[in-house]
Design a protein around this ligand. Structure first.
Ligand code: TRP
Length: 336
């Protein structure tokens, strides 16, 4: 079986439709027939200063939503990064074989640090991709399902694994990036030329999974469209309608063409009503299940604890092999 690993940062109270269709939906599919590890990367989230109560809440909410949406802890290993010290331990090793220039070329670091200025940029943002490499390589992952924006980080991960193996012996599996090219590139409802993102200037174009059906229906009904009246897929001239068609199609499973036919001769109002219906009937049960899971925090924590225990079995082995390969004198703390 192929080993899959991916991660998500607990940096929002709710997943949004773009997260779901752009990544999590594929995670759910990939837990069948693969040995899938999914990690809530709370240590990565520390690169953005967050109130402790909020980080805690978001970590649990991320776990609950992932389960509610279809990750089955019996089929996959769902765990929290900070539960395993091995991530930091391996992270340090890779920091010691990463070039300063190499890390400086990461475009995500360049973009984020340019926004906040070098005095306010934390070192953790600089080493972020190296910790990400450790997340992946600890589990000997064959494949890493991520969005296009993570391609460079996976390239770095491969380079580091190859460099280590060449120097110290074959310890790490070289992972492939499995770039999720979902037909569903979901854009902001108010700004249909940009990706739906939690960092959007306004939340009015973002469908949060945990929002009420009323709020989400309203957002869809006030989505920006063009002045025409045909429900036609045309990303260039009709980005708003095309985005809504993509959303409907991804959730209902109907093809874009069949939707165009279904709504031929009907106005945007009818079409938006139908999209709102598809979205809310899809997410209402997910929201209810999430709330149920969050109510029983002890059970949720024990699910995560079991996931961490499974993860540790693999992680500890890899770390032991790594330490041995490096010539670190074995101590009793490494039992892998
Ligand atoms: N950097 C990833 C993101 O922002 C999150 C992440 C951290 C990740 N560690 C990972 C993704 C390991 C895949 C594998 O989306």
């Amino acid at each position: 079986m192929k080993r899959i690993l991916s991660g998500i940062q607990p940096t929002a109270d709710s997943l949004h439709l773009g997260n779901y269709l752009g990544a999590v939906k594929q995670w759910v599919e990939l837990q069948e027939g693969n040995d899938a590890f999914y990690c809530i990367v709370d240590l990565h989230a520390l690169t953005i200063e967050t109130d402790p109560a909020i980080l805690r809440r978001r970590t649990l909410a991320a776990a609950a939503q992932l389960i509610a949406i279809g990750l089955d802890p019996k089929k996959c290993t769902l765990f929290v990064q900070s539960h395993l010290s091995e991530h930091n331990q391996l992270g340090w090793i890779f920091e010691c074989i990463t070039g300063f220039g190499e890390a400086s070329r990461m475009t995500q670091f360049k973009d984020k640090s340019a926004k906040s200025g070098s005095d306010r940029t934390v070192v953790g943002l600089f080493t972020y991709p190296i910790l990400q490499a450790a997340d992946i390589l600890l589990y000997q992952a064959n494949s890493v399902p991520v969005g296009e924006d993570q391609r460079q980080h996976i390239e770095l991960t491969r380079d580091l694994a190859q460099r280590f193996n060449a120097k110290y012996g074959p310890v790490f599996t070289i992972p492939d990036a499995h770039i999720i090219k979902s037909a569903a590139k979901i854009n902001d409802l108010q700004d249909p030329n940009s990706k739906m993102s939690k960092s959007a200037a306004s939340n009015s174009g973002v469908i949060d999974i945990l929002d009420s059906s009323d709020v989400n229906a309203k957002k869809i009904k006030s989505a920006v469209t063009d002045t025409g009246k045909d429900v036609k897929f045309d990303e260039k001239n009709k980005p708003g309608i095309s985005n809504l068609l993509t959303i409907h199609s991804a959730l209902s499973g109907k093809s874009i063409t069949s939707l165009e036919n279904e709504f031929a001769g009907k106005g945007y109002g009818d079409f938006k009503g139908a999209v709102a219906e598809v979205v809310t009937s899809f997410f209402a049960p997910v929201k209810a299940r999430t709330e149920e899971l969050l109510k029983d925090e002890q059970s949720l924590l024990s699910i995560l604890e079991e996931g961490s225990a499974k993860a540790r079995e693999v992680a500890a082995k890899t770390l032991k092999k790594t330490y041995d390969a490096l010539g670190l004198v074995p101590g009793s703390q490494l039992k892998g």
